[in-house]
Design a protein around this ligand. Sequence first.
Ligand code: NAD
Length: 350
Amino acid sequence: MTLNLTDLKQPGFERLVLAEDADAGLRALICIHSTALGPAAGGCRMWNYASDAEAITDATRLARGMTYKNAMADLGLGGGKSVIIGDARRDKTPELMRAFGRAVQALGGQYYTAEDVGISTEDMAYTAEETVYAVGLAGGDHGSGDPSPWTAEGVFRCLKVGAAHIWGTEDVTGKRVLVQGLGHVGLSLAEKLHAAGAKLIVTDINAAALADAAERLGAEVIAPGEVFQQEMDIFAPCALGAVLNAETVPALSAKLVCGAANNQLATPEIADLLKARGIVYLPDYVVNAGGIISVASEIHKRGENYRRGRLDGIATRVAEMLARAKAEGRTTVEIADAMVDRMLDQAKAA
Ligand code: NAD
């Protein structure tokens, strides 16, 4: 079997590689946005893209996002992402995952891969048979396993920093918090909020998850379509992207938005709309970095103390970001992006 790696030109990115192995049925893109702060790290997604152009758009957008997420979490890692083109249910085989591993190995450590949409821990174990640059593994000395509990812990800590900024105290007792999506992250976050005394409102498309939250956490259950009609103090999106848009933001009663979902803003201008309405938005890529922190601990062969220290670091940077956004009259997204751009400029200058 022959593995072909073809470099494709993409301005603003360090490297975009097309990896093909006809025998294994592999066609993948590995995108390295920046290694200014360290080797690139970011998950591998398998998706049935309608065209190569769509796959390139997704890989580059996600790789750039990882540069910002990894920088803000102070992981000594750059940003990258890979996409395998195909239907994960139909086309994924152990040999395909191994062939992908050979492609990652051929980059010589410029890029670390892990699970993302369509790729499981078991799939990554096949990839790891061919490369030392596959992480997010369940086993081994430093295997980090499921990152979701760390993501939930990071969101919870940042939410408390946001609460202190608005109400002068991290105490969320009695605050009405709406958690949208009770999956791996959302349920864990809801449990933490319940333990901290918050009043929970929950929604999901999974009736069993809702019944469980109502019984165990005393949560008020609402239908997925009723989110923006609720009175709430804090909104925690933990399901889908683009939930904050021109239709929903004008109706949102929350004073604080802090949740795990990726790409919460439908378009960048929504950050201005939130600011104009006096709603404090904590950028998703900053607060949901617990998962990549967990993965980074595996890359750096570190343990729980490293993870906790990095989560503390995010909370500190969120406090700094909020103070600057207030002082400079800018959105939290502008400030967070500027903080990362400065780190990248300093690293490049050094
Ligand atoms: P998950 O698939 O376990 O949970 C998502 C939940 O959302 C499910 O319970 C699903 O039923 C529910 N849902 C789907 N559509 C819904 C709707 N219309 N209304 C309400 N609920 C709906 O995913 P997860 O791992 O918990 O991740 C949640 C979000 O956080 C995703 O956007 C993910 O990309 C992001 N994220 C997760 C991690 C992590 O460590 N798992 C890290 C960073 C970001």
